[in-house]
Design a protein around this ligand. Structure first.
Ligand code: CA
Ligand code: CA
Length: 335
């Protein structure tokens, strides 16, 4: 009896103890969760800060490039210089340590590449414009042949650039693109970025990747700088050159060609027919450049950022940013 009388009190204290334990356990769980959450938030905040910092360092890399290109302009003015691979701007910025990471960068000459927008002139005003167009198409077709790419894509590329909706022989216009899923239209204007090629009928990723190292998309008709062009582009300039001979030219490019005449005089021995050679290339080439690509790479903690900017150096040496994008060609932004 005595025992059974005491039972409710024991039961009560037992329940109270369990409740207390539960409360402690619950409080512990909540405390652990809060701490974990805080650590997660701190990490997330740190990543956001690092990301932002990496971006600003990359912009700093761009500013470094602009400064170098302006300095080069000043140097060139003094000595009537060219743009070539022996100059300061063409040397990569070695990996430089920064707080919690590293920065590196490089500048490439875009005028060493074939400008895809050279394939179309909106209103050819005279015979020279028409000749220029024919020559540019020939150069591009020779580049395709060197890279073993089906030359039928040239018509589709020109249709993509020209402002009419009339398909040329192997071309494609809205009637082809509107049947795709999702449907789209031909740009009918200059390309902003070479990645637009992937939208063009007949151009697949394999063709694009083969072409990509040798082409660019610049906002005006440009000459090819023979001081920086790779052998494939030099070979495409004239039907009188082979890739082998063009490789000899780029390998022997020990110092810069000071004028286009110097280039022709120094390289005509490589041509099959010396007399045709000059006529082929005289109007297509140059020894200076106005368009460059700036690559900035930044690593801060676990964040890695690559920024690719297209810049234009104007005739007064000032440098404008035309496009700025992550390395993968996505999200093109114009300033
Ligand atoms: Ca220069
Ligand atoms: Ca068109």
């Amino acid at each position: 009896m005595k025992y059974t009388q005491q039972q409710p009190a024991n039961k009560q204290s037992g329940v109270a103890l369990i409740t207390a334990l539960l409360v402690v356990a619950l409080a512990t769980i909540i405390a652990v969760n809060i701490t974990e959450r805080q650590q997660y938030d701190i990490r997330r905040m740190q990543n956001l800060l690092n990301n932002q910092q990496a971006y600003y360092y990359a912009i700093g890399g761009e500013a470094w490039a602009k400064g170098l290109l302006y300095k080069d302009y000043k140097d060139d003015q003094r000595k009537n210089g060219t743009d070539n691979l022996y100059e300061d701007w063409a040397q990569p910025l070695p990996v430089t340590l920064i707080e919690n990471g590293a920065l590196s960068g490089s500048i490439n000459d875009l005028q060493g590449l074939f400008n895809i927008n050279n394939l179309y002139i909106k209103d050819p005003k005279n015979a020279a414009d028409k000749k220029q167009l024919t020559e540019q198409t020939r150069v591009f077709n020779r580049l395709l042949a060197i890279l073993e790419i089906d030359a039928r894509i040239t018509d589709a590329i020109i249709d993509w650039l020209d402002n009419d909706a009339q398909s040329s022989t192997n071309g494609a216009e809205d009637d082809v693109y509107l049947q795709k899923t999702p449907a789209y239209r031909a740009a009918n204007q200059m390309m902003n970025n070479v990645s637009e090629l992937l939208l063009i009928e007949g151009v697949n990723i394999k063709i694009y990747n083969k072409l990509r190292p040798f082409i660019t998309a610049l906002p005006e008709i440009t000459t090819i700088n023979v001081n920086t062009a790779p052998a494939e582009v030099i070979a495409a300039l004239s039907g009188q050159l082979t890739l082998e001979k063009a490789t000899n030219i780029t390998e022997d490019r020990g110092s810069a060609f000071n004028t286009t005449k110097d280039f022709i005089d120094d390289t005509k021995n490589y041509a099959r027919d010396k007399n045709k050679y000059e006529g082929d290339i005289a109007t297509l080439i140059g020894v200076t450049s106005g368009y460059f690509q700036v690559n900035s790479e930044v690593k801060i903690d676990t964040i890695y950022k690559q920024l690719v900017s297209t810049v234009k150096r104007n005739t007064d040496g000032s440098v404008n940013i035309l496009t700025r994008a992550p390395k993968d060609d996505q999200a093109i932004t114009r300033q």
